[in-house]
Structure formats: C-alpha cells, structure tokens
Design a protein around this ligand. Sequence first.
Ligand code: URA
Length: 206
Amino acid sequence: MPLTVVEHPIAMHYLTVLRQRSTSSPVFRAAAKKLAFLLVAEATTDLETKLVEIETPLEGMEAPVLAKPTAAVAVFRAGLGLIDAAVELLPDVKIGYAGVQRNEETAEPMEYYTKFPEMTDARVLILEPMLATGGSLSWAVNKVKEHGATDITAVCVVAAPIGVERMEQEHPDVRVVTAALDRDLDHNFYIRPGLGDMGDRLFGTV
Ligand code: URA
C-alpha cells in the first residue's frame, strides 16, 4: 500500500495549528480546509488528463483537462472538515457520505448511514482525517469497493503506524496520503501526539 506523507511547509504549518490545544474551532476549521487543499492536490497528482482544443485570447492551442471523473466520500463526522477543499478544487466532483461510529470499547466501526454517487470509473478520495486503528477507514474502503470503486486514495490528516499496517494488510491497493505519521495510539485509541478528537475540535463539541 503506497503511503505518502506530505511534507510541504504550508501543510506542516497548518498541521501545527491543528495540533495546538489553544486553537479555537473557527481557526481549526479554516486550517483543516487549507491543509485539505494540499492533501487533495497530492491525492490527485497522477490523475490522467486529455488534450482539448481551446482558444486563448491570442490563438488556438491544445490544452490539458482532467480526463477521469472524481468522487470524494466524507467519513462522518471529521471527514466533513475536508470536504470543502475537495468540492472547491476538483471540477465536477461527486460527493458521498459514510456514517460510522466508533465503538468506544472495541474501537471497531458501527455503520449508521451511507449515500454514495456513481464511482465505478472515478478516482475516489475517502476523507478520513484520523487514521487510528484503521477500523473506520478499512470499513469505508470496503463500502466503496462494494459500490464499484477500484481507484481509491485515502486522505488523512494524521496516521498512526497500527492503522497504516492494517490498511497494508486489508487494502494493499489503496493509497494513503497523510500530513503526518505519528508515534502510536493511547489506551483510548487516540493518536499520540495527534491533535485530539478531530470531530469535537472542528465542531466545538469538546
Ligand atoms: N479520532 C480522532 O478524532 N482522533 C484520534 O486521535 C483518533 C481518532
């Protein structure tokens, strides 16, 4: 499973903003969106293009446009923090939602809602900011595969080694793009050093 850690200085800057305990929810949301632009750009860096005839104000030319459809699936709740970047950056992107709750005792995913667009021929981005145990992400990947997806990239903000290992074992065909590979998980399955509960911090529910 290819793992890419985005080390762009602007990505590192906004990740630090997200990590800081003192960051307020509005600032956290804005930083998550800005970081997501860079992560989505990396997750689509190899998208195919095709040449089309266009007219500049001065002459005709052949110029590239995206040749492959895209879809983005936000895993509730925290994935909502990355969705605006996908919508604003990707032309004609189709959006899906995957509602999954973490069982606090086992950390395993419990589904409560899914709604997916057509994604058979698309580059499908799964927006799952915190790759902790890998349970939710692996579950979401299974769901989009059942729905026809074959070209899948996970967009994460922070990943833990155990989650990356699980993805390598269960979905070696899925690329993972993240801004950081952190040290480990604590006994509550939170990533350390991490950034806390991404959903709570995005939505002010701490
Ligand atoms: N989900 C979060 O929001 N944070 C973690 O550290 C792990 C899972």
